[in-house]
Design a protein around this ligand. Structure first.
Ligand code: ADP
Ligand code: MG
Length: 753
């Protein structure tokens, strides 16, 4: 069998995802490999497929028992012999498993790092043919990472004790350079194939909300999504318990998880969640690393996490199956203070010196600040995340809370100047709160104590109010027009860029939400992302529900989480293709041969009965779908903004277009949007223009040396697309696609109706 056959036969997929093939190929050619891919990208397949093709056994090191169990269940379901060896088994069971392993029963063996130094395991490993050692969640080996595990260092000793060094592959979702270097160095990877895939998770919708009552928001949200599974992350056990009680009061089938609970309770909670007995989970960040549950539809952060790394990892647990899912952060300035406290009172790792500890704390403060700016920015949230992880993104994704709001650009240069002169007057003595209070002319005890009324700046932005002044200061911080000292006091100071504004050489523009378009928190969140099942018509949805019912019956009978049997995506694909026979069923995305043998028949039977073996179209084509959605009263899960149609221009509007020598896609989109009828027509975006260009074969994106790069095809060149060099905020050069006048005319035609 070759890798494509394995992909189809065992896993039921017909295509590799980005990066999977490159990494598998490298491993199969005998090279070490390091894959950095976001959560849900499909790292497991990168080592599982070569593991099946290599002659000997693959040992996978994984940090958590629950994670191993989930993976091994999934593999067994696919008909692959795999086992795990960890402390959840008795000594007897371990001995038995090792005996079977030595006989070559398993192709893949999962083990906890602690296991590696036990006599029995070493004995086995030295006699068996080990083709590969895979380190999953490899960032655990780095002391700079969030989840350093000293036991991971045992992997190195283990490798040394083997007679023949196997191929070593490592996988992580943590993108920072430092951690990567640690992985390569500490594990001793030998000129590894190193691949970083894009960190964008297109199916995730990101939003920041500031509801007055967070509980209300969360409970309303859960009620509005009764079919869905989701996680609510809170920063403290107390919050988890309080929220959990409220959910219980409302009879929401929910579970909770935090480190204050007993081990057995935690295990039970986790299982209830994974098996969909309790689809809603309230938890602290102690919960999650072992969760591969693929149908999590939303992750709500009740409190702001401590860093973007944490946030993206936790939020990334939504939508692993590739279906639309929502990641909503509920922000309150209070969270910043709580996090400061948590950072300052963090348990100290005795392995570090006082200097190192100070450096770590400083780094944590910096990360917290960057997290805070995420909550305050008015720009594209996805772009903010991607830029943080070192990827270029122009923003305007149209799938985040900010891109969906109506903004207007306002000139705040005068206010920025007032803020700068106040900071100058203070000579670095105060932070954001005192500065904002002073400018707004507040009169609280603390301010009186500092005597701020004596400064010239006192009250100079009184009309704006303290909150808005604070907002402006934060924007200036985020854009580098001000900075803060890197300690817990975070005192404001000026930067080189402040001068540009102070001297009138630079305008300070901010995006502010248009007052006429109030966006109630609820609607902007729940109208968000698209699901595969949205494509089904009412009859299709009925079949989908039946198949889900059948799945949960089987899951219950077999003691398996439902998503391990078939994912939602697979069920939707069944509703679209309507297979009546085995061969047709094998075409369905996610149905491999082994799974078909186990579960295929009852699903075929259900589909045949439901349709009376007549092929019908149980889904909308794109056009019909859009029309139905825009009808008033349509109650599908995803609603477009009521009353607004997708972007288009009339011939007369199109004639107003301000052609220029060249535009980037987002600039082009902005010009187009200015021409539309704002009240009835939705905006288009740079992303949409890029998507359409790619669809027409005019441009493409490829990975080159692990970096995502844009290309113009020959056809694109003819049409007037061309590459130009741009300089990023960090000062590095990169290439981007421009549209010349000819190309602008072409794009315009795409939208004229
Ligand atoms: P990661 O470890 O990177 O977080 P997983 O390996 O757990 O991600 O994979 C996430 C989900 O993606 C799983 O449900 C998996 O079955 C699915 N998946 C992986 N590869 C493919 C593929 N080539 N086609 C479709 N689905 C895939
Ligand atoms: Mg994984």
């Amino acid at each position: 069998m070759n890798k494509y056959e394995i992909l189809k036969r065992y896993f039921g997929y017909s295509q590799f995802r980005e990066g999977q093939e490159t990494l598998s190929d490298a491993i199969l050619s005998g090279r070490d490999a390091l894959g950095v891919m976001p959560t849900g990208a499909g790292k497991s397949l990168c080592y599982q497929i070569p593991a099946l093709l290599l002659p000997g056994i693959t040992i996978v090191i994984s940090p958590l028992i629950s994670l191993m169990k989930d993976q091994v269940q999934t593999l067994n379901q696919a008909g692959i012999h795999a086992a795990y060896i960890n402390s959840s088994l008795t000594e007897n069971q371990i001995a038995k498993a090792l005996k079977l392993a030595a006989r070559g029963t398993y192709k893949i063996i999962y083990a906890a790092p602690e296991r590696l130094e036990t006599y029995g395991f070493l004995e086995f490993a030295r006699q068996a043919e080990i083709s590969m050692l895979t380190v999953d969640e490899a960032h655990c080996i780095s002391q700079w990472g969030q989840d350093f595990r000293p036991s991971y260092l045992k992997i190195v000793q283990f490798l040394r004790q083997l007679e023949k060094r196997p191929i070593v592959s490592a996988f992580t979702a943590t993108a920072t350079e430092h951690v990567r270097e640690d992985i390569v160095c500490v594990l001793g990877l030998d000129q590894p194939e190193f691949l970083v895939t894009g960190f964008d998770r297109k199916n995730l919708y990101f939003a920041v909300e500031t509801p007055r009552q967070k509980d209300r928001f969360v409970l309303d949200y859960i009620k509005a999504h009764p079919e869905d599974s989701g996680i609510i992350y809170c920063s403290t056990r107390k919050n988890v318990d309080a929220l959990f009680e409220k959910m219980q009061d409302l009879s929401i089938p929910s579970a909770r998880y935090h480190a204050g609970m007993g081990q057995e309770d935690r295990r039970q909670s986790q299982e209830d969640f994974v098996y969909d007995r309790c689809p809603v989970m309230a938890a602290t960040n102690a919960f999650g690393m072992g969760i591969d549950k693929s149908n999590v539809r939303y992750v709500i952060h009740y409190n702001m996490p401590q860093s973007m790394e944490n946030y993206y990892q936790e939020a990334g647990r939504a939508g692993r199956d590739g279906e639309g899912a929502e990641c909503i952060l509920l922000y309150s300035p209070q969270d910043v203070i709580i996090n400061q406290f948590l950072i300052e009172n963090k348990e100290e790792n005795p392995e570090f010196t006082a200097d190192e500890l100070a450096a770590i704390r400083e780094r944590d403060q910096e990360r917290l600040r960057i997290m805070n700016y995420y909550c305050l920015t008015a720009k594209c949230l996805r772009a903010y995340i991607l830029n943080y992880f070192g990827e270029q993104s122009l923003g305007d994704c149209q799938n985040c809370g900010n891109c969906r709001k109506e903004y207007e650009e306002t000139d705040r240069t005068a206010e920025a100047m007032a803020i700068i002169s106040c900071v100058r007057e203070f000579r670095g003595r105060y932070g954001v709160n005192v500065t904002a209070g002073t400018l707004a002319g507040e009169n609280r005890a603390k301010l009186r104590e500092y005597g701020v009324a004596a400064y010239a700046s006192y009250g100079s932005l009184k009309d704006l109010g303290e909150q808005r002044v604070k907002g402006l200061i934060n924007q200036m911080l985020a854009e580098g027009y001000l900075a803060v000292t890197k300690d817990k006091y975070a005192l404001l100071r000026l930067t080189g860029k402040s001068e540009e504004i102070a001297q009138g050489n630079q305008a300070f523009m901010v995006r502010e939400v248009k007052e006429e378009f109030p966006q109630p928190a609820k609607s902007s969140a729940s109208s968000a992302s698209r699901r595969k099942s949205d494509i089904l018509n009412s009859k299709g949805l009925e079949l989908f529900d039946r198949l889900r019912g059948l799945r949960s019956e089987i899951a219950k009978r077999e003691g398996m989480p439902p998503y391990i049997i078939f994912s939602d995506k697979t069920l939707v694909d069944m509703c679209i293709r309507l297979p009546f026979r085995r061969e047709e069923m094998l075409e369905v995305n996610g149905v491999g041969e082994h799974k078909f043998e186990k579960y295929g028949e009852p699903f075929l039977e259900e589909i045949r009965t439901f349709t009376g073996e007549r092929k019908e179209k149980l889904f909308f084509g794109e056009q019909e779908e859009a029309e139905t959605r825009n009808q008033p009263g349509y109650s599908g899960r995803k609603r477009a903004k009521p009353g607004k149609s997708d972007f288009f221009l009339s011939r007369e509007q199109a004639e107003q277009f301000p052609y220029a020598e060249k535009y980037l896609a987002p600039e082009l989109a902005a010009r187009l949007n200015e021409l539309r009828d704002i009240d009835t027509v939705k905006k288009t975006s740079g992303a949409e223009i890029i998507r359409r260009s790619q669809e027409r074969g005019l441009s493409e994106e490829r990975l080159v040396d692990g970096m995502r790069r844009k290309f113009v095809t020959e056809k694109g060149e003819e049409a007037g697309l061309f590459l130009g060099t741009r300089i990023s905020q960090k000062g590095t050069e990169y290439e981007d696609i421009y549209y010349d006048e000819e190309a602008q005319k072409m794009v315009l035609e795409w939208f004229v109706q």
